[in-house]
Ligand binder design. Sequence first.
Ligand SMILES: [Zn+2]
Length: 165
Amino acid sequence: MALENDKFGGAERVCAMCGAPVPAGFERCRAVFEEVCAREYSDPAFQGVHLLTVDAYALQHSDECGPRSNAFHLMRLCLLLEHDGDPRLGARPPRAQAKAFEHDLRGFPFLTPPSRPGTLTVADVIGAQDSAEHSERVWRWARSVWDAWEPHHAWARETAQRHAR
Ligand SMILES: [Zn+2]
């Protein structure tokens, strides 16, 4: 279903990449993501899950975010979900890790996105009543995206393992 298909009056539009129903009042999925990010940038209580938001969105919109970045986002998602990585806005890996990371990045493979993007989308995240609900929604979204990328878990885990400590 194309994004520009507006014959249902807007509310029924579905994002061609992640399958999210684009909420009324938003032009497209990207605008929903930008709204979620704006909340995370402007309110410290919402910043604790920012990197999960970025990785989950990027992995569900690889055409838009650059297919070459799939490997980076999947590996970071693995570090965040399976190695207690820090998903806070502005969180930085230790210096040695960052160096190795940068070195590896150039050799990262192209990972083909899975046929199904995951059961949750950014449309399930927006509109949380408070920061606790927001965090919970983002964690669930990120896990659903991670699960959808199952065909590449072996690569991601192997690569994350080298960067985990
Ligand atoms: Zn989308």
